[in-house]
Design a protein around this ligand. Structure first.
Ligand code: JFZ
Length: 455
């Protein structure tokens, strides 16, 4: 067992025992817990939930949308907290929120064309503004803006029409409401500490979750975020997740409960999330948790920001994004790739362009990504692998090597180029196990794929 040394994680999660099931490249991983009380009643996922987990894993690729009145400031979704302005001043932006170019049909068509199978959108971020019609607070898109349209409703209708999934991000934190017990963020937004009322806030959240799970048809997942706001409390903060998770499963048994707490999964959750890193990696400092047996998802920004940030034009190029997706698939994780729509309601042109290019690549190569599970071995210097039944897809990102060693424990029966069907020479590596592929002159592509048939 290795202690997490990163300040943030050390605070947010307590070290535990490394999982025996974790893949080898996660040797550096630790199991970390979110310091929540154990469930009183064990969680037994419904059959439709188990099925939804498999479908989720098959989907492989989703698009994350961070959109709210924060987009108007062009400084990301944390602007209220980072600027330190009073929430009452920030809220005035709502009066001017009129995304004249918002078109749910266009969004969904573009995202579908990118090859993504679902959308995850912020229904209410830490700023506390609801992007849906809600009876629980007037601070919402329908009542507080001249736009007056239920964005989540329009998107839900369109997702259903065009046949893609809808998952809903929901913040546990609220930087505007007085009743939310302030944690380590949002301390300068002018909330009245005298009015903190966890019981009231908890009820508010559950009422909103009930609206979201009642008014918009099937919801693929509820994607929580913010538990880490109370990771510095001397007495562990009890988020009362058992009742909240049970409520979700009661309203829609197939809805997957997800929580971006950066810790090992808490009982009652159906998928495990990672932020800005692939499972088993921790380059960004937010993902030291052990890899569980649940279906996995890792979220990543297309540039460096979640909510629209005007100054951030630092987009990853399309080959990088495709390798990110394939790299995630190789580790058995979905990629949830973020876009931050502009105040106009448009997805930035650069993001649209990259989505389009990903779609082109996926139309040719999607068979090696969708419906696959993680490959037979950890990521290699040359790339990774994905598996579907007796097919092992070898993904070569670095084509400079004319021969590569594929450390599969299975017996290889044949090998061919995925793109052309041309045979690829392979020899068994008696010393190291697995096979060596003789690639010869490999075309310099984004991902050179060899399809192996194994036993
Ligand atoms: C969270 C959100 O705060 C962020 O705005 C975005 O929605 C992202 C997908 O998820 O990111 C985090 C998570 C944890 C911390 C900060 C940002 N943290 O521990 O301070």
């Amino acid at each position: 067992m290795k202690k997490v040394t990163l300040g943030l994680l050390a605070l947010s999660c307590l070290g535990g025992i490394a999982s025996a099931d974790a893949p080898k490249d996660a040797a550096e991983q630790v199991t970390t817990s979110a310091r929540q009380p154990a469930r009183k009643v064990p969680y037994i996922p419904a059959p439709e939930n188990l099925q939804a987990r498999e479908k989720f894993a098959d989907d492989a690729f989703g698009v994350f949308i961070h959109w709210g009145i924060y987009s108007m400031f062009g400084q990301g979704e944390w602007y209220l907290q980072n600027c330190g302005m009073p929430a009452t001043e920030y809220a005035k932006a709502a009066d001017g929120f009129y995304p004249s170019k918002f078109d749910a049909a266009e969004w969904v068509a573009a995202i579908k064309d990118a090859g993504a199978k679902y959308i995850t959108i912020t229904t209410r971020h830490h700023d506390g503004f609801s992007m849906f019609k809600t009876k629980e607070s007037p601070y919402n898109i329908v009542e507080a803006t001249p736009f007056g349209r239920d964005i989540i409703g329009e998107l839900a209708d369109e997702c259903r029409k065009q046949g893609i999934g809808l998952n809903l991000y929901y913040s546990h934190i609220d930087w505007t409401r007085d009743d939310y017990p302030t944690g380590r963020t949002g301390q300068k937004t002018g909330k009245d500490p005298q009015k903190e009322d966890w019981a009231g806030y908890y009820k508010f959240m559950n009422n909103q979750l009930t609206e979201l799970l009642t008014n918009y048809g099937p919801v693929g997942a509820i994607w929580f975020d913010g538990l880490w706001d109370h990771d510095q409390d001397s007495i562990p903060f009890d988020w009362q997740l058992e009742e909240q998770y049970d409520l979700i499963h009661k309203l829609q048994p197939a809805t997957l409960v997800a929580n971006n707490h950066h810790c090992e999964p808490i009982e009652g959750e159906d998928i495990q999330l990672f932020e800005r890193d692939l499972p088993g990696e921790n380059k960004a400092g937010l993902s030291g948790q052990a890899v569980s047996q649940l279906s996995l998802e890792t979220c990543q920004t297309m540039n460096g920001s979640w909510g629209y940030r005007a100054i951030d034009q630092n987009y990853k190029d399309t080959p990088t994004l495709i390798r990110l997706l394939v790299g995630a698939a190789g580790k058995g994780a979905n990629l949830l790739l973020n876009v931050g729509p502009q105040p106009s309601g448009e997805i930035p042109a650069k993001a649209r362009e990259h989505l389009k290019e990903m779609g082109q690549w996926l139309r040719a190569n999607g068979e090696t990504v969708y419906g696959t599970r993680r490959g037979d071995f950890p990521a290699q210097e040359w790339g990774t692998s994905t598996r579907k039944g007796n097919k092992l897809f070898v993904h070569v990102f670095d084509s400079s090597n004319p021969t590569i060693h594929v450390p599969t424990p299975r017996k290889v029966k044949s090998a061919k180029e995925f793109a052309t069907g041309k045979k690829v020479k392979f020899t068994r590596d008696k010393k190291r196990g697995g096979v060596t592929l003789t690639l010869g002159q490999v075309p310099d592509t984004i991902d050179y794929i060899v399809e192996l048939i194994t036993d």
